[in-house]
Design a protein. Structure first.
Ligand SMILES: *Cc1c(COP(=O)(O)O)cnc(C)c1O
Length: 394
C-alpha cells in the first residue's frame, strides 16, 4: 500500500471511529484485575452502563465481540430443544438465529424481505396462536446493521403484552446502544445484547448482556451448558468488583471514558445528534436518486444507511474506488445484499463536517464509477444541516 496522508475515513457502521480521548484512556499500564483499584473501576462501569441501557437491573461485561453476547443471552436462559421465535429481517438477525440453532434450540424463523423490521402484527399473531406457550423466547435485532432498518420495539412489546405471552424478549442492540433511544426496563426487555465497537465508540472486544428479573429467574432453571458465558459466576464476582477470569482491562479503561463522554453530551442529545445527521444522510441519498434498503420511513436507521446501487452496478466496485481514491471505507452489502448495496455508517464519534466529508467521498466515488446521479446529495445534506442547526450551536 502506498503512503496515505491525512486521516482515513472509517465510515463502516462499526467498528466506528475511536475518539482520541478513548485511545488515550486505553493507552495506560494494565493494572491488577484482582486489586483494589480494579474493584472501583468495575463498579463505576456497571453503574454507567445501567444508565446507557436505561435499566436498574443487572449488566455483565464479557471480553468478546458482540457474537459472544448473543450466545450468552441464549445459554443462560434456555434449555435444549426450547422453541424460540426469530425473524429473518437481515444478516445479523439470521446469524443470531443460526447461533440459536447450533446451541440445540428449535428455532422458528419468520421469513422477511430484509427491507422491513420485525412486524409487531406478526409477533402478536404468532404468539396469540401459541396457547400452550411453547415459544420460550423471541429474538429481535433492534437496529439491523445490514439493512439500516430499526425495528419498532415499543410496538413489539405491546404486541407481546396483547398476546399475554410469557416468552422472553431478547434484543440485539449492538448497533443502536448509545446512538438510538433504547429502554431496557421501560420496554420490558428481558435480555439486551450489545457490543463495544459501534455507538460506544470503543475498539472491538467487549460485549454486554443487560439482564431483567424474568431472565434472571429463567437462568436458574435453564439447562443449556454454559461456562465462560455463565451469568452466575460473573454476577458473583462482579458483586465484589471483580471478574471470574481476566477481563479486557485496557478496553475497560476506554469504556470508562466512553461512558463519561456520553454523560457529558447527555443521552437525549446523543440521540438527537444521530437523528439529525442521519436525516441529512438520507437527504443526500434521495438527491442522488438512489434508494435506501429500508422501505418504511418509520424504520429508517439513525446509525447506518444501506443504499442500493442502480441495477447492474456492482456496489463493491464503488466501494473499492472510494477506498483507493479517497481513503474511505464504506460498509459492504452482507449476505444476499452483497454487491447490491453500500452502507454508510453515521454513528458514534461523528459530527457535521465528518458527515460532509463522508458524503463528498461517496458523491465523488459515484461520479468516478460512472454512476449517474440526479443531483448533488452533498448539497442537499448541507442545506438540511444549515437550516436545522444543532440545538445550542449558536
Ligand atoms: C456488529 C453487529 C453484531 C456482531 O458483532 P461482532 O462484534 O462482529 O460479533 C451483532 N449484531 C449487530 C446488529 C451488529 O451490528
Amino acid at each position: 500500500m502506498a503512503y496515505r496522508s491525512g486521516r482515513h475515513f472509517l465510515q463502516i457502521p462499526g467498528p466506528t471511529n475511536v475518539p482520541d480521548r478513548i485511545l488515550r484512556a486505553i493507552d495506560r499500564p494494565t493494572i491488577d484485575h484482582r486489586g483494589p483499584e480494579f474493584a472501583q473501576l468495575t463498579r463505576d462501569l456497571i453503574a454507567g452502563l445501567k444508565e446507557v441501557f436505561q435499566t436498574s437491573g443487572l449488566v455483565v461485561i464479557y471480553p468478546s465481540s458482540g457474537s459472544g453476547a448473543w450466545e450468552a443471552a441464549l445459554v443462560n436462559t434456555l434449555s435444549p430443544g426450547d422453541r424460540i421465535l426469530a425473524f429473518d429481517h437481515g444478516f445479523f438477525a439470521a446469524n443470531w438465529s443460526k447461533v440459536a440453532a447450533r446451541m440445540g434450540l428449535a428455532v422458528e424463523v419468520v421469513p422477511g424481505d430484509w427491507r422491513r423490521g420485525v412486524d409487531p402484527a406478526v409477533v402478536e399473531e404468532k404468539l396469540s396462536r401459541d396457547r400452550e406457550h411453547r415459544y420460550k423466547a423471541v429474538l429481535v435485532v433492534h437496529n439491523e446493521t445490514s439493512t439500516g432498518v430499526t425495528s419498532r420495539l415499543p410496538e413489539i412489546r405491546e404486541a407481546m403484552d396483547r398476546a399475554r405471552h410469557p416468552a422472553l424478549l431478547m434484543v440485539d442492540t449492538v448497533s443502536s446502544l448509545g446512538s438510538i433511544d433504547y429502554r431496557h426496563d421501560e420496554w420490558g426487555v428481558d435480555v439486551t445484547v450489545s457490543g463495544s465497537q459501534k455507538g460506544l465508540m470503543l475498539p472491538p472486544g467487549l460485549s454486554f448482556n443487560a439482564i431483567g428479573p424474568r431472565a434472571l429467574e429463567a437462568s436458574k432453571a435453564a439447562k443449556l451448558p454454559r461456562s465462560y458465558w455463565s451469568w452466575d459466576d460473573m454476577l458473583e464476582f462482579n458483586e465484589a468488583g471483580f471478574f471470574p477470569y481476566t477481563p479486557a482491562t485496557n478496553l475497560l479503561f476506554g469504556l470508562r471514558e466512553a461512558l463519561a463522554m456520553l454523560k457529558e453530551e447527555g443521552l437525549p442529545q446523543v440521540f438527537a445528534r444521530h437523528r439529525r445527521l442521519a436525516t441529512a444522510a438520507r437527504r443526500a441519498v434521495a438527491a442522488w436518486g438512489l434508494e435506501l434498503v429500508s422501505a418504511d420511513p418509520r424504520e429508517h436507521s439513525d446509525t447506518v444507511s444501506a443504499v442500493f446501487t442502480p441495477e447492474g452496478v456492482d456496489a463493491d466496485r464503488i466501494r473499492r474506488i472510494i477506498l483507493e481514491r479517497f481513503d474511505m471505507s464504506l460498509g459492504a452489502g452482507l449476505g444476499k445484499l452483497k454487491g447490491k448495496v453500500f452502507r454508510i455508517g453515521h454513528l458514534g464519534h461523528f459530527n457535521d463536517l465528518m458527515l460532509a466529508g463522508t458524503l463528498c467521498g461517496v458523491e465523488m466515488g459515484l461520479k468516478a464509477a460512472g454512476v449517474p446521479i440526479a443531483a448533488s446529495g452533498v448539497q442537499a445534506a448541507l442545506d438540511f444541516l444549515s437550516s436545522n442547526p444543532a440545538p445550542g450551536a449558536d
